[in-house]
Design a protein around this ligand. Structure first.
Ligand code: FAD
Length: 406
C-alpha cells in the first residue's frame, strides 16, 4: 500500500534544489504538486556541492556572460530575503568571492574579462592586484598575481536550502515522495499524461523534468551531459577572510570556501575512473584525485598545509550544449516541461525554480525572459563528447562548440 494519489496538477521529477524550489513556488500559488525523488531529498548534486554563490563564474569572453548576469543577480535578490521567507537558516553569507590569477597571463585575461563586464554594465566587479588581493585575504600565497572580486557573492548550505524549500512546499500542501523513482513517462499522442513510478501510475496536467544529470532518461531529445565533481572538507579552523574562491594553479580548476562552522570545503575536477559517460554517475572518490586537489589547495594557501581533511564525496552535475540551463516545453511533446542543465546551481536554482513555476501558473508569462533557455535552441544538434572528460575538459570543449539552430 502507498499513499500516492492517482492524480494531481503538476508532477515534478527530482528532489534537488530546482525540483524543491519549483514545488515551493507552485504550491505557494495554491497549485497541487507532487514531487518524486528516487533517493532522499537533496541526495543528488544539491546535497554534495561547495555551496559557493558566484554570480559570474567562468572566464570566457562571450556575450553569454552578460546574459547570465541578469539571472544570477536576480537570484541574489531572492537569496537576500529567503532566510526570512522560508523561516530557516541555511547559512547564507555574503562574504565576497575571488577568482584568482596564478600567472601573469591569467591576470591579463581577468583584466580583459573584468573590463568587458564593466562595459556591459556590471558596476560591482573589480580587478585587484596581488597586494590588494592579499589585503583582502591575508593567508593567500604571495605568489598569486591578483584576482577578480565581487563583494555580493558568498556561500550557503545547499542541503539545508533544498530541504527548507521542500519543508515550506509541504506546508503549502505539496506532496513529496522520496525513495520513489520514476520509471517512465506516460505519453499518448505526443502529450504527456503522467508518470509510472515504483508503486504504480499517477497522472497530471504537466510533468516537469528536474532530474538534472539524469534528465536525459526522460527527455532524450535534449542533450544534457552528466559530469562528475568531487568535494573535500577539512576540520573546522579559525575563521579567516578567505572568502569564496576559484583558481587554476596548474591549469585545472580548484574552488573552495570556508563555511560558517569553520570547515573549509574545496574541490577540483576529478580525473580517475572516468572512462565512460556512465562513470560520471558513480559517486566513488579516488585517493589520487584527493592528493591532487590537496596539492592545489596548499599552493594557494601554504599557511594551511597542516589542516586535516575529514571527509570527501562525489556528485554529478549537468551541462547543456551551451552550459546554460534548459527551461521550457520539450519540442513535440505537449505539457512536458524541462528545468535542467545546471553545472552550477547556487546562483541559478532558486531563480530558475521561480521562473519555472511562473511559466506554469502564468501560462508562459515570466518575470524575466526565458527564451535563452528554450529547449529547442539546439535544434536537432547532438554533439559527440570527448571520449574521456572531466569538468574542466568538458567546459573547454563546450566553449568551443558552436551550437547551430536548424
Ligand atoms: C562536488 C560538487 C560541487 C559543487 N559545487 C558547487 C558550488 O560551490 N556552487 C554552485 O553553485 N554549484 C555547485 N555544484 C553544482 C550544484 O550542486 C548543482 O548545479 C545543483 O545542485 C543542481 O540542482 P538540481 O536540482 O538541478 O540537481 P540535483 O540536486 O542533482 O537533483 C536532481 C535529482 O533528481 C533525482 N532523480 C534522478 N532520476 C530520478 C528518477 N528516475 N526518479 C526520481 N528522481 C530522480 C536525483 O536523485 C536528484 O536528487 C556542485 C556540484 C558538485 C557535484
Amino acid at each position: 500500500m502507498n499513499n500516492i494519489p492517482d492524480n494531481t496538477e503538476i508532477i515534478i521529477i527530482g528532489g534537488g534544489l530546482v525540483g524543491c524550489s519549483m514545488a515551493y513556488y507552485l504550491s505557494r500559488e495554491g497549485i497541487d504538486v507532487m514531487l518524486f525523488e528516487m533517493r532522499n531529498i537533496s541526495s543528488g548534486a544539491s546535497g554534495r556541492n561547495g555551496g559557493m554563490v558566484v554570480q559570474t563564474d567562468g572566464r570566457e569572453i562571450q556575450t553569454i556572460q552578460s546574459k547570465r548576469f541578469l539571472y544570477t543577480r536576480a537570484n541574489n535578490k531572492i537569496l537576500e530575503n529567503l532566510t526570512e521567507e522560508l523561516d530557516y537558516d541555511f547559512e547564507y553569507e555574503q562574504t565576497g568571492s575571488i577568482d584568482i590569477a596564478c600567472s601573469e597571463a591569467e591576470y591579463e585575461q581577468l583584466k580583459k574579462v573584468t573590463a568587458l563586464q564593466k562595459i556591459m554594465g556590471d558596476e560591482e566587479i573589480q580587478l585587484l592586484d596581488s597586494k590588494e588581493t592579499r589585503d583582502l585575504c591575508p593567508i593567500i600565497s604571495p605568489n598569486i598575481k591578483g584576482c577578480r572580486y565581487r563583494a555580493s557573492d558568498g556561500s550557503l548550505n545547499s542541503n539545508k536550502l533544498t530541504n527548507a524549500y521542500a519543508m515550506k512546499a509541504k506546508e503549502y500542501g505539496a506532496k513529496i515522495f522520496s525513495f520513489t523513482p520514476i520509471l517512465d513517462l506516460l505519453i499518448k499522442d505526443n502529450v504527456v499524461k503522467g508518470v509510472k513510478h515504483i508503486h504504480g501510475k499517477s497522472t497530471a496536467k504537466i510533468v516537469v523534468n528536474a532530474a538534472n544529470a539524469w534528465a536525459s532518461t526522460f527527455t532524450p531529445q535534449i542533450q544534457i551531459i552528466p559530469c562528475k565533481g568531487s568535494a573535500i572538507v577539512t576540520e573546522p579552523t579559525t575563521r579567516f577572510p578567505a572568502l569564496v574562491w576559484e583558481a587554476y594553479p596548474d591549469g585545472t580548476m580548484i574552488w573552495g570556501a570556508q563555511h560558517k562552522g569553520g570547515n573549509i570545503l574545496f574541490g577540483s575536477a576529478p580525473e580517475c575512473g572516468l572512462e565512460s559517460v556512465e562513470d560520471h554517475y558513480k559517486e566513488t572518490v579516488y585517493p589520487a584525485d584527493i592528493d591532487k586537489a590537496v596539492k592545489r589547495f596548499i599552493t594557494l594557501f601554504p599557511a594551511l598545509k597542516d589542516i586535516s581533511v575529514i571527509r570527501s564525496w562525489a556528485g554529478t552535475v549537468a551541462f547543456s550544449l551551451d552550459a546554460l540551463p534548459c527551461l521550457g516545453v520539450i519540442p513535440g511533446i505537449s505539457n512536458l516541461v524541462i528545468n535542467a542543465g545546471f553545472p552550477v546551481g547556487m546562483s541559478w536554482c532558486p531563480i530558475m525554480g521561480k521562473l519555472g513555476a511562473e511559466f506554469i501558473y502564468n501560462e508562459g508569462v515570466t518575470s524575466l525572459p526565458i527564451d535563452i533557455f528554450s529547449p529547442s535552441r539546439f535544434g536537432h544538434v547532438v554533439k559527440t563528447l570527448p571520449s574521456k572528460y572531466n569538468y574542466t575538459i568538458l567546459q573547454d570543449y563546450l566553449n568551443q562548440v558552436e551550437v547551430m539552430e536548424n
